[in-house]
Design a binder for this molecule. Sequence first.
Ligand code: NAD
Ligand code: LMR
Length: 354
Amino acid sequence: MKGTMLRSVQASLRRGPNASSSPSSFRLLCRDYSSESAPNRKVAVLGAAGGIGQPLALLMKLNPLVSNLALYDIAGTPGVAADVGHINTRSQVAGYMGEDQLAQALEGSDVVIIPAGVPRKPGMTRDDLFNINAGIVKSLCTAIAKYCPNALVNMISNPVNSTVPIAAEIFKKAGTYDEKKLFGVTTLDVVRAKTFYAGKANVPVAGVNVPVVGGHAGITILPLFSQATPEANNLSDEDIKALTKRTQDGGTEVVEAKAGKGSATLSMAYAGAIFADACLKGLNGVPDVVECSFVQSSITELPFFASKVKLGKNGVEEIMGLGLLSDYEKQGLESLKPELKASIEKGIKYANQS
Ligand code: NAD
Ligand code: LMR
């Protein structure tokens, strides 16, 4: 990759989709945190040989905040690690394959990203993945509790609305649970909402922000277009409804287009890299790092909820409120609660029964 292209990818990762840093803090960030003098940070990707795992490994290798990149999967990681490891960026890359190498992959990790598990095929819901992915997440989280209990965990594996509660219960059982360190990655919903909004409102996408709250499945995904910036006066109620539906169905749109060959991988790798980068910035003490994420929360009556979250040196620093909602969004919020509650309870029950 040519130097200019690499720098532009790195700059995009540094800015992130919320681009919450001001230009001056962005310059400061580049000087203080993007060079080899940034603190050493180990990132482990579990499921690193998969459709998401491989491009995510690439993007994390391009991230100057990473000093060690551990690529773990049940198969295929030696090849991915050898390939990615030849890229002339800061981090040292190591591949780990099979359960007997999981401890080594995890030890010393600051951030663990989990895209391990099966993806949907057309006609399936994310909940249809529960039976297989719940077991995978459970065993990986048991190992995280043992080998890197202080790491920030970025859960990508679906159904996120259940896998995050499963992880929380596993950590509680192990006595390592810290609600500030467990995140369901919902960044792809934000990425999609921004793309679709910018297209419809005909505004440059780089400056667009749209919070997405709730959960990560169908109607539980609630984009708050009333809070989108820049404000667009050219969108009708019908446009907002269509944008909301497209964001909620974004995953299905990709699953259908891939016609049996999996779900979103490239856009998810991008979104996962943005969220991991925000976690690393928070750990490094960069101020005002804000992303939406599905976390333990008390902003509604549900125990887990996605909303804007400020990231800091210990993970979640502040869970931000929902802000003012339109009537349409208020309705969406009430409609999503029963489904999200059931998915959360399903995860909790599974973790405590199995
Ligand atoms: P994939 O099948 O291409 O890759 C999954 C990888 O996980 C495979 O390499 C597999 O070997 C590995 N794996 C399976 N069991 C494992 C274990 N016990 N330990 C370590 N690795 C293991 O699937 P994908 O397209 O990369 O999707 C992965 C998951 O991410 C799916 O559950 C999918 O639904 C989810 N996903 C979530 C989002 C989101 O927004 N949160 C977006 C896209 C996909
Ligand atoms: C997505 O939103 O793309 C993922 O959750 C994958 C899926 O199954 O839709």
